[in-house]
Ligand binder design. Structure first.
Ligand code: FAD
Length: 642
């Protein structure tokens, strides 16, 4: 199981820092020499530090135990202590994209200063010595320039470099990973061998028949239906009792699950490359878990994860290790945001202008092409509203599960060189995000366990699609839902962590989104549910799971999902948990129009020479998510070199 808890034990040596950053000339403080321990709450729990003082200086800062996300917080753990030591000031800058971790570090170090008898307020006012930043243009050249260091960007970089290209990846954040590293790490892959390890029930068979009966005039849809009819017959003739799967069936499900939108050719392109990408990642060292499962909003058990990390960290680590281990010609520059595409006189895209967070301008010239892999725009309410079609009413105020860098920069840049966009109003809302932060990392309980409203009653089939779940939740009191789980399906590992590596007891102690009771009565008392109503609701739900007959809401599948891989959602033995959730903007399905090779198309449908795109920045596929990021990146990397 993925353990975030770790000891970074970074001893930042004062003398070394002075050489690189320079020393403040401001007044010195007086301290009681010695080493002091302190902590403050970070993004995911306590951030511990050990600070050593001489009589007149902060001498060293050692980072102790914490649960912050690797990648996202690493830059803060390096840069904040470096700046404090170099300037002997507490008025230092936070690190872009890691604000909460940076602030926790500053708070913990301030506490240590106080324990040592230092004057925290005075230290906050000491001017921070900034490293001298050059404003001279930095010019670099490579075969391929990738804008965005998430799953799609790194996938494109590794794929192109494996085929011999030199690559530069620029990443706006101080860390790699984007939404990929924040994700739950489940990749949707039509892999009949893995999917069929789950037993198929009647409801699933009926779902297949229902899709085969849908009427369409689209040749591709008709072709999928005809192929699936044959494949299913073979599956049944072979007495295979496992869940049926195939690329064409996955395409049919995707097309209809999202309301018959998307380009069938794009859907087939991504879906048919899923298994190729899965195998490629396996070759690069990602240890796939042998069992596939369902996720919220998709009842088909074809989602695979790493056996080590139950989050998206696995993908980014795999690419970073591959670049190192295979000695690939990939240069990664973080804290550098792409701003403008450069074109030659023919309109061909030949490079990118970018600026570091400190203001240094860059020009990156591409011999073969530029890949836009900047992700979606769920953290840009203005853009969602501008392109919205009214399907969601409150997009300007909606929280998001996304990294703050998900602003749609790549789309904005491409529009200025004439790119077309498609499906831009298609914003997918995740029904079950944290109601306070919008993030997903506080989830306790598998995401399709029993949902109840503030009155303690079920109100929806928990296995239905995300739009239906969101609409159902939005019409409940406070637009909120509680996911109820028991010790069998709370998704807590032996170290007490949830699937995102957060300490569940610490979340319970915060008493705002996760509630725990040894009995159901106990749980009800904490949230204010009528215990009788809760117990009755649980009994009815358990009966529906046992009989497979959900009279109230018609739920048909009760299989395991992420956080409860092999189990059922039956609520049996304490401790019991209630996880408060609300909808948040999650994946933007719309984006740039690109052809099957990943070349960006202009508004007339012609390829823009030299410009490629990969991942969530693209529209038209409906698939989205990790599989799109990896398959697009893999394909674009190969095509650009070809
Ligand atoms: C909390 C959460 C959970 C999820 N869980 C799943 C899941 O389990 N399964 C699944 O399939 N999908 C999941 N998704 C969706 C999935 O993670 C994303 O769709 C996918 O990872 C997108 O990959 P990407 O590489 O296109 O974008 P990202 O991973 O977001 O990468 C884009 C990168 O571009 C950078 N960038 C942006 N602008 C610039 C610029 N101007 N210059 C330089 N860099 C820039 C960003 O900082 C970012 O690092 C989840 C999403 C979230 C937010």
């Amino acid at each position: 199981m993925f353990k975030l808890k770790k000891v970074l034990a970074t001893l930042v040596v004062l003398a070394m820092i002075f050489v690189t950053v320079g020393c403040s000339t401001n007044t010195k403080s007086a301290y009681e020499a010695g080493t002091y321990k302190a902590f403050a709450m970070g993004m995911k729990g306590e951030v511990n530090v050990e600070v050593t003082f001489t009589n007149d200086a902060i001498e060293s800062i050692v980072i102790g135990e914490h649960q912050e996300s690797p990648s996202i917080s690493d830059a803060a753990f390096i840069q904040v202590p470096e700046q404090i030591l170099a300037s002997q000031s507490l008025g230092v800058d936070v690190v872009a994209g890691a604000t909460i971790t940076s602030n926790a570090l500053i708070a913990a170090i301030s506490d240590a200063v106080q324990q040592a008898g230092g004057d925290v307020e005075a230290l906050k006012n000491i001017e921070v010595t900034q490293e001298e930043v050059s404003m001279d243009l930095v010019e670099k050249q490579a075969d391929v320039i990738v804008i965005g260091g998430g799953g799609a960007g790194l996938s494109a970089a590794v794929s192109a470099a494996q085929d011999g290209a030199s690559v530069i990846v620029i990443e706006a954040n101080a860390y790699l990973g984007g939404n990929t590293v924040r994700s739950a790490g489940a990749m949707s892959v039509a892999d009949p061998e893995t999917t069929s390890q789950n037993e198929m029930n009647e409801a699933q068979l009926n779902e297949i028949y229902a899709l085969l009966e849908k009427e369409s005039t689209d040749e591709k849809i008709i072709e999928w239906q005809s192929i699936v009819t044959k494949q299913l017959q073979e599956h049944l003739d072979a007495n295979n009792t496992g869940v049926f799967d195939s690329i064409e069936f996955n395409c049919l499900q995707l097309y209809y699950r999202f309301g018959a939108v998307g380009d069938p050719l794009m859907i087939q392109n991504t879906t048919s490359n899923g298994l190729v990408a899965k195998n490629w990642l396996g070759e690069l060292g990602l240890p796939w878990a042998p069992v596939s499962h369902t996720v919220v909003g998709d009842s088909w058990p074809r989602w695979v994860t790493s056996s080590e990390h139950k989050s998206g960290v696995a993908y980014i680590e795999t690419f970073e290790n591959a670049i190192k281990d295979l000695n690939l010609n990939v240069e990664i520059i973080t804290a550098l945001a792409g701003e403008e595409l450069i074109q030659d006189e023919t309109g061909k895209v030949i490079g990118v202008k970018a600026t570091t967070t400190k203001g240094t301008p860059y020009q990156l010239n591409a011999n073969k092409g530029v890949v836009i892999a900047t992700g979606g725009f769920s953290a840009n309410p203005e853009m969602m509203v501008d392109y919205g079609d009214g399907r969601w009413s409150d997009l300007e105020n909606v929280k998001t599960t996304n990294d703050p860098s998900s602003l749609g920069d790549g789309i904005t840049m491409a529009l200025t060189v004439g790119a077309g966009v498609v499906d831009m109003a298609h914003v997918q809302i995740l029904p079950i995000a944290d109601p306070i932060t919008g993030y997903t990392d506080t989830l306790v309980g598998a995401s399709t366990n029993m949902y109840i409203n503030s009155e303690g009653l079920r109100f929806v089939d928990e296995s239905t699609d995300r739009d239906s779940l969101t609409n159902a939740i939005l019409s409940q009191t406070n637009s909120e839902v509680f996911i109820i789980s028991s010790s069998e399906n709370a998704g807590i590992d032996a170290d007490g962590m949830n699937i995102f590596g957060r300490n569940v007891q610490e979340l319970v102690d915060q008493n705002s989104v996760i509630f725990k009771g040894e009995t159901l009565e106990d749980l009800a008392a904490q949230i204010g549910f009528d215990p009788k109503v809760l117990i009755e609701t649980v009994e009815k739900f358990n009966l529906a799971v046992q009989t497979g007959n959900d009279e109230e809401f018609g739920r048909l599948t009760f299989g395991g999902d992420l956080g409860n891989l092999d189990g059922t959602p039956e609520i049996l033995t304490g401790p019991f948990y209630a996880c408060r959730r609300a909808p948040a903007a999650h994946i933007t399905k719309g984006g740039l129009t690109a052809d099957l090779d990943g070349k960006v198309l202009n508004t007339e449908g012609q390829a823009i020479n030299g410009l490629y795109s990969a991942g969530e920045v693209n529209g038209g596929s409906t698939l989205g998510g990790i599989v799109q990021a990896i398959t697009d990146g893999y394909k674009v990397g190969k095509n650009i070199v070809k």
